[in-house]
Ligand binder design. Sequence first.
Ligand SMILES: NC(=O)c1ccc[n+]([C@@H]2O[C@H](COP(=O)([O-])OP(=O)(O)OC[C@H]3O[C@@H](n4cnc5c(N)ncnc54)[C@H](O)[C@@H]3O)[C@@H](O)[C@H]2O)c1
Ligand SMILES: [Zn+2]
Length: 368
Amino acid sequence: MKTVKIDLGARSYEVRIGRGILGRAGEILPWIEGAQACIVTDQIVAERYLAPLRAALADGGKEVTECVLPGGERDKTLDGVSRIFETMLRARCERGVSVIALGGGVVGDMAGFAAACYQRGAPFIQAPTTLLAQVDSSVGGKTGVNHELGKNMIGAFHQPRRVLADTAVLDTLDKRQFSAGMAEVIKYGAINDAEFFTWLEENIGAVMAREHGELEFIIERACANKAQVIERDEHENASGGGRALLNFGHTFGHAIEAGAGYGNWLHGEAVATGMVMAARMSARLDMIPAEECARLEKLLRAAELPVAPFAGIDADGMLDLMRGDKKVRGGKLRLVLLRALGAAEVVEDYPPEALREIVAQFTAGKSA
Ligand SMILES: NC(=O)c1ccc[n+]([C@@H]2O[C@H](COP(=O)([O-])OP(=O)(O)OC[C@H]3O[C@@H](n4cnc5c(N)ncnc54)[C@H](O)[C@@H]3O)[C@@H](O)[C@H]2O)c1
Ligand SMILES: [Zn+2]
């Protein structure tokens, strides 16, 4: 069992990581102050993991309500959140009800947003069940939904009271989803933790075999890295070295996701290729040596993630999509680049032809 402290003053909390903790009443009951709990989950997760959590709560004398969503990114909408409100209102949930997100990032973002809004703020607990959710989306307090005019455009900051990451549930996660979570794990090494990056290079075999000790370690280390970044910049206000660094690979990645049509690439897959593009750009600007780029590519490949040029988007289309990204300020496209493996920075001053060159190397069709 491992614990990571997220130190945000009055909003501080712990991430507890261990095998089987979701069925352990002692890990969750002390965090449910009132008499009521509402579990929000999706169909796939409900079938496998709802019963033990419900039992742990009911045995502790809690009145449990459940909202089982269809699941999937397409359902991450205001309508989906409305369904959560409806379930809670029908069950006469009071203001002190603890909302528990049992699922991946989609469930976590929706349940968190519902908790932020329900009677102006209900306590929230994260029980993430995908690797991505355990290392990324359950920590940091970003919640929200998609709008047809933009992904994650409606939302609120609402920190959980506790995060319970049960490594046992990762046994049933499909291979592609597991690898997608690994992209974010590798990202923390690349932007903030050189020692962890080297550890991952040496232990990637055991991690991909989902050995429990190794899983606990990478979740702990990823959360500790995310904690370090968000403790400096909880609400993404810093212009340079704050939360923006977590977007390494994401400006490229979001353009790949959008250009290929949402759903064709998993987010982590697009981020993996995006990180390689960002690293190549860093090397092109002489910020890192080419060998460090090669190390990142090799590790991503070992995590069974895509790193190669892709079809379906041309260079101009990709550049347009990148410019539409929210990180463009005053017309300038700010990029998160590496100044070493283990250290990132935001760069806005670079020759535009360098970016065009990198994008052209990865996209099909017309280029510079
Ligand atoms: N709030 C944040 O800071 C933040 C950060 C990163 C990503 N996100 C959001 O997270 C979402 C992606 O999350 P995700 O990758 O977890 O996707 P997801 O929630 O859609 O889960 C992926 C799939 O895995 C299934 N699943 C979940 N746990 C399982 C398990 N243990 N065994 C078998 N199947 C399981 C789900 O039912 C789903 O079909 C996106 O909407 C993204 O915007 C939010
Ligand atoms: Zn991401």
